[in-house]
Design a protein around this ligand. Structure first.
Ligand code: ARG
Length: 458
């Protein structure tokens, strides 16, 4: 294929080399950002007198025409082009003649691709932020609906203490709030413009990097031209933030899978988000939740591929860096999809309050409360713990629960126990007494929901 850069070499590359070298299949999705960047660049060249104002205006008009034609479908991306930057420039030159060749004054594809990627990911971060907020809102609504539904809280996947289902759900809202914060932080460091760093060393033209950056919505410019073209930290940081977010989504997915199993039967997932089995008629499989859990691996893979690609790369640009886009795009696509699926599935999730309550009453999860009761009657906690433990052992031997023990049985264990013990170990009471900040009482869950909704509204 004959190349724009013909000159140094005969520019006849092998067909296989062209195929191997081409990134258009991946980077054509940055067409809009590439054109917007070029329009700002042409405007800057005109304003600085590097091109005449008429030339700049014609370039901008030509670029707008390409954007319009791409959007209407009148112009198709050429799959044989080397990359999106070459493609746009080639079309511009076909349409405007030699003037098209002037656009690339005072820039290089090295700063151009860094610019495009920052602009593209900046928009992705905004979409990811919106979708994360929607999911947090959905979780708050569910937590509100189930703030008084009692379930066993677990440690070691063993029933531990009674909690409100709403409280458990709000734990996920907290994780997602931290994810939002990481996205915001990542966007802040990403939002500096590399354009004007040129190939690596800057340029001899009297450019206005700050003005061009401001026109493109950046908060400032990359201060070192070598760093500007070789830095991909923003893509690494985004993949890292998204990996953590997927870890959160996969923990939620795993709980949905467990809770909807026949063994737990704590929740019913909506039919629209489950599938049947091709052979076992009784099955209702939580495929969507399983896929969220499964897709977590690919996002971690995207992060590792990017880190490994960058490791040990000498400054400044190296073609290895063309491999940066596929992974980070995949991470964004995957997380956006998982967030939408979760936000669409969760409203239809029904808690089976009776089963949750039943599970909570079978695991002696009020044994701590019984010990606390004895402490209130004056026993040291360790002694109280022993008495409570012995009573649990008796219940297990005799197939009873703490609630069903008779008062004489309690009194044999400790004469300090009175009739009021029953009110004290009642599961709802156990939950409602945990009024400490961030605890599981309904009042505390209500406070958490209000605090999170306030943060979302800001
Ligand atoms: N397609 C290239 C990439 O994504 C654009 C930059 C090419 N620069 C170069 N010096 N060959 O990295």
């Amino acid at each position: 294929m004959n190349k724009l850069w013909a000159g140094r070499t005969a520019a006849e590359t092998a067909r296989l080399a062209d195929l191997f070298n081409s990134s258009i299949a991946v980077d054509s999705r940055m067409a809009r950002q590439d054109i917007a960047g070029s329009m700002a660049h042409a405007a800057m060249l005109g304003a600085q007198g590097i091109l005449s104002q008429t030339e700049a205006d014609q370039l901008i008009e030509g670029l707008q025409g390409i954007l319009d034609d791409l959007e209407s479908g009148a112009l198709a991306i050429d799959p044989d082009a080397e990359d999106i930057h070459m493609f746009v420039e080639q079309v511009l030159t076909q349409r405007l003649g030699d003037l098209g060749k002037k656009l690339h004054t005072a820039r290089s594809r090295n700063d151009q691709v860094a610019l495009d990627l920052r602009m593209y990911l900046r928009e992705e971060i905004d979409v990811l932020t919106e979708r994360t907020k929607v999911l947090i809102g959905v979780i708050c609504d569910k937590a509100e609906a189930y703030k008084d539904a009692i379930m066993p809280g677990y440690t070691h996947l063993q029933r531990a203490q009674p909690i409100s289902f709403g409280h458990q759900l709000m734990a996920y809202a907290m994780m997602l709030l931290r994810d939002l914060d990481r996205l915001r932080d990542c966007r802040r460091r990403l939002n500096l413009s590399p354009i004007g760093c040129c190939a690596l060393a800057g340029t001899t033209y009297d450019t206005d990097r700050e003005g061009e950056a401001a026109a493109l919505g950046f908060a400032g410019i990359c201060l070192n031209s070598i760093d500007g073209v070789s830095d991909r930290d923003f893509a690494v940081e985004l993949c890292a933030a998204l990996s953590i977010q997927m870890m959160h989504l996969s923990r939620l997915a795993e709980e949905l899978i467990l809770w909807s199993s026949w063994e737990f039967q704590f929740i019913e997932l909506p039919d629209a988000y489950t599938t049947g089995s091709s052979i076992m008629p009784q099955k209702k499989n939580p495929d969507m939740a399983e896929l969220v859990r499964g897709k977590t691996g690919r996002v971690y893979g995207d992060l590792m591929a990017l880190l490994t690609m960058l490791k040990g790369l000498p400054l400044a640009y190296n073609k290895d860096m063309q491999e940066d886009k596929e992974g980070v795009f995949d991470a964004c696509d995957t997380v956006k999809m998982c967030l939408s699926v979760m936000a669409d599935m969760l409203p239809g999730m029904q808690a089976r309050r009776d089963n949750m309550r039943k599970a909570a009453s079978e695991g002696f999860i009020n044994a701590t409360d019984l010990a606390d009761y004895l402490v209130a009657k004056g026993l040291p906690f360790r002694s109280a713990y022993q008495i409570s433990g012995a009573l649990v052992a008796k219940c297990i031997r005799e197939g009873k629960t703490l609630e069903s023990l008779r008062l004489e049985e309690y009194r044999q264990a400790s004469p300090l126990i009175d009739e009021d013990v029953y009110a004290h170990i009642d599961l709802l009471a156990c939950v409602q007494k945990r009024t400490s900040a961030g605890g599981t009482s309904t009042a505390s869950v209500e406070k958490q929901i209000a605090a999170v909704r306030l943060l979302l509204a800001q």
